[in-house]
Design a binder for this molecule. Structure first.
Ligand SMILES: Nc1ncnc2c1ncn2[C@@H]1O[C@H](COP(=O)(O)OP(=O)(O)OP(=O)(O)O)[C@@H](O)[C@H]1O
Ligand SMILES: [Mg+2]
Length: 417
């Protein structure tokens, strides 16, 4: 370790929060005393800073405490390693026997700090961390992705918003460049997304809402439900019959953190435009308003589109998605687009047998009926969102994927056939 790193830090503590390029340390420690001790020690160390509460930065280093069930800690370390490849993990515990040390090392922990914490051990371990970072050419800065947030919002209830969100998430997860995907249920009036993947999650937004100040990367990863598909899920935990409401603040803090870790954040926003949903839509890269060609659905979709435009959402962010489309409905589609003053960005074919088979089996349609036209359409829309693939397809030009109507015919014609 270079000596210069250990000069006492200038007055100002961790308010160096805004300093760019300084490695960020997150403490995932339950014991208040141990946490305070570590905070005090780290503030004295030059060249690193503590992560501010809810700061949407992926930490360079997480110091986590061994949980009562060590297996929980090991799987958390593995998940963090997979998701944030540049993040190092240190483990601290009162008991660090050789079995635990070995398992933690296998999971990916780099250093161990025995409790009670000794200052020199912390200084040395952080020194080695900074050395590793510099030799690997990695500046160990707080890194963050800026994942795409795709919000699916129903023009009306029952139009297929959840089915589309689930399948688009599953389809993006299958792309060749293996983007990381999290599927989030922001629908506090339905909140039934886990059923579509046959999940019985232990955690949801409710856990985050209980104490928003606890929200950090490690906590968030604990709350997410891992699926066999490879995507992670954050259920809403709220529905019409439950008490309490999901707050816009909770949604904002959570989505910002998720966006910093995942390539894609897919939102099921339900069909009620309340303040919480609006917050989610504000944070989204695209708002995909889902509709069908049924008159009552078109009627409400029109109002939704007007409300969104009137609320200042940029028009290039709003996309119209038609579900359950039949090829014979080309003329109706044209008329509907005129009524809605919006061209359809995507047409998902009607396929009730496959759609209900998928819902009833708790699997995405793309797995249950992979050869169907609607499964192909889910894969195609996933490709269209993926810059990497789209860039290749258009030989380096982004025009192709920015043009929402390119390939629309290709979507619609096999759809109703
Ligand atoms: N492309 C499709 N073709 C035919 N049926 C479909 C299609 N997509 C979804 N469905 C069916 O539409 C019904 C409603 O779907 P889903 O639950 O996804 O809608 P939703 O908009 O999320 O509903 P809610 O307002 O209750 O949340 C389900 O029976 C589903 O199987
Ligand atoms: Mg739904």
């Amino acid at each position: 370790m270079k000596d210069k790193a250990w000069k006492p830090k200038r007055v100002g503590g961790d308010s160096a929060g805004a300093t760019p390029g300084v490695p960020v340390i997150e403490l995932s420690i339950r014991s208040a005393e141990c946490k305070a001790t570590l905070e005090g020690m780290i503030r004295e160390i030059e060249g690193v800073r503590l992560k501010d509460s809810q700061e949407p930065t992926v930490p360079s280093l997480v110091i986590m405490e061994l949980e009562d069930n060590p297996e929980d800690t090991f799987s958390l370390i593995r998940e963090m390693g997979k998701l944030n490849k540049g993040t190092e993990i240190f483990l601290t515990a009162g008991r660090l026997d050789s079995v635990i040390l070995l398992e933690a090392m296998r999971a990916g922990a780099k250093e161990f700090l025995a409790q009670p914490i000794q200052k020199q051990e912390v200084v040395d371990a952080i020194g080695r961390f900074l050395d590793r970072a510099s030799t690997q050419g990695n500046k160990a800065e707080g890194q963050r992705k800026s994942g795409k947030v795709l919000a699916f919002f129903g023009g009306k209830g029952g139009v297929g918003t959840t089915s589309i969100a689930v399948n688009v998430a599953a389809a993006i997860n299958k792309l060749p460049n293996k983007p990381s995907v999290v599927l989030v249920d922001v629908n506090q009036h339905g909140g039934d997304l886990p059923l579509y993947l046959d999940l019985q999650p232990n955690h949801s937004f409710r856990d985050i809402a209980t104490d928003l100040s606890r929200l950090d990367q490690a906590f968030l990863i604990r709350v997410l439900t891992k699926t066999e598909l490879g995507i992670q899920v954050l259920p809403s935990g709220y529905d019409d019959l439950s008490t309490g409401r999901l707050s816009p603040d909770c949604v904002e803090a959570t989505l910002r953190l998720l966006q910093a870790s995942f390539d894609y954040v897919i939102l099921d926003c339900g069909h009620v435009l309340d303040l919480t949903t609006k917050k989610a839509l504000e944070l989204s890269t695209f708002i995909l308003v889902t509709s069908t060609l049924m008159v009552p659905v078109v009627h409400r979709t029109k109002r939704i589109l007007e409300l969104l435009r009137g609320s200042g959402f940029p028009s290039n962010k709003i996309r119209l998605v038609m579900n359950r489309f039949l090829a014979a409905e080309q003329d109706v589609l044209k008329e509907t687009e005129e009524i809605l003053k919006q061209k359809a960005f995507w047409l998902f074919p009607n396929d009730y047998p496959s759609a209900s088979q998928a819902v009833n089996s708790g699997k995405p349609l793309i797995d249950v009926a992979p050869r169907s036209a609607v499964a192909k359409s889910y894969m195609d829309i996933a490709n269209s969102f993926d810059e990497h693939t789209a860039q290749q397809a258009t030989k380096g030009s982004l025009v192709g994927w920015l043009n929402p109507f390119k390939g629309r015919k290709a979507q619609s014609s096999p759809a109703g056939a």
